[in-house]
Design a protein around this ligand. Structure first.
Ligand code: CO8
Length: 264
């Protein structure tokens, strides 16, 4: 996995996209390594994933423009599907995924960040979908996810105008949850958030992600049925017995007693 490093610390896996000489631009090999890194995560041992970029400058500066420059229509569509399938895998990955955006998140970089559950960034981060300036549309989910996250009017402004935005604006419009002064502060905050998530009952956290993601795709009547099923699914698990038992026993160390995730 040459282009993506995976480091596991406790319950948290950090995946670092490592092609700094091209500002971590996504070519086919980088995308393959990213998918392999997710496939390689031990979901019984890890409870939260952080995705970030190597270097001080860039999260991901987009899909590789050199590689795309000679594509035919058919090749363009195929490459779009290739990236979309991987980003959809990240979006539906059973564990929560936090994007720690340490610099440029442009085009495919912003699309990668948007396929993660939560986005945090450093003050120097920059976000955008500049594809129209290159003569193409966003192709890794940007025309679909941006509007769902920040609202369709703002998303159209960003996509039609190809205007990049700085961290403070990204925060103001709800594209990121928080901005940190330095990359060190960003990574510390991402790890703290990931550890906080990892300290919760893991089956419940997974079911929350599934319920929230799947519920957004359907109408409210269908959405609450999704919730009911995933809510019910938590019962009789060791997590539920321990979690509620701790409360009833007034155990102050209750979080420590929630058992590790077990396949059901
Ligand atoms: N692709 C390939 N190489 C890149 C990319 C990229 N997206 N971004 C940067 N690089 C390379 C540069 O070519 C340069 O390489 P070299 O040193 O060999 O010349 C190196 O990274 C450093 O970049 P710069 O010298 O340009 O660094 P600057 O600090 O001057 O500028 C910028 C940084 C502003 C980020 C600038 O590099 C830039 O504008 N990059 C392109 C950003 C962009 O337009 N991204 C969107 C790409 S399109 C896309 O992502 C579509 C996704 C969907 C695809 C669907 C498929 C069909």
């Amino acid at each position: 996995m040459g282009y993506v490093n995976c480091e596991v610390n406790g319950y948290v896996a950090t995946l670092t996209i490592n092609r700094p000489e091209a500002l971590n631009a996504l070519n086919e090999d980088v995308l393959k390594d990213l998918e392999a890194a997710f496939d390689g995560i031990d979901q019984n041992a890890v409870r939260c994933v952080i995705v970030t970029g190597a270097g001080e400058k860039s999260f991901v500066a987009g899909a590789d423009i050199g590689a795309m420059s000679t594509m035919t229509k058919a090749e363009g569509e195929k490459f779009g599907k290739f990236g979309n399938d991987i980003f959809r895998k990240i979006e539906t990955f059973p564990l929560p995924v936090i994007a720690a955006v340490n610099g440029f998140a442009l085009g495919g970089g912003n699309e990668l960040a948007m396929s993660c559950d939560i986005r945090l960034c450093s003050a120097k981060a920059m976000f955008g979908q500049p594809e129209v300036g290159l003569g193409i549309t966003p192709g890794f989910g940007g025309t679909q996810r941006l509007g769902r996250i920040i609202g369709i009017g703002k998303a159209k402004e960003m996509v039609f105008g190809g205007r990049n935005i700085k961290a403070d604006e990204a925060y103001r419009i709800g594209l990121v949850n928080a901005v940190y002064d330095s990359i060190e502060d960003l990574m510390a905050a991402a790890n703290k958030m990931a550890s906080g998530i990892a300290a919760q009952a893991p089956i419940a956290v997974r079911n929350c992600k599934k319920a929230m993601n799947e519920g957004l795709q359907v109408d409210m009547d269908a959405a609450i049925v999704i919730e009911e099923k995933l809510f019910g699914d938590c019962f009789e698990t060791e997590d539920q017995k321990a979690g509620m038992g701790n409360f009833l026993e007034k155990d102050k160390e209750k979080k420590l007693k929630v058992v590790p995730f077990q396949n059901k």
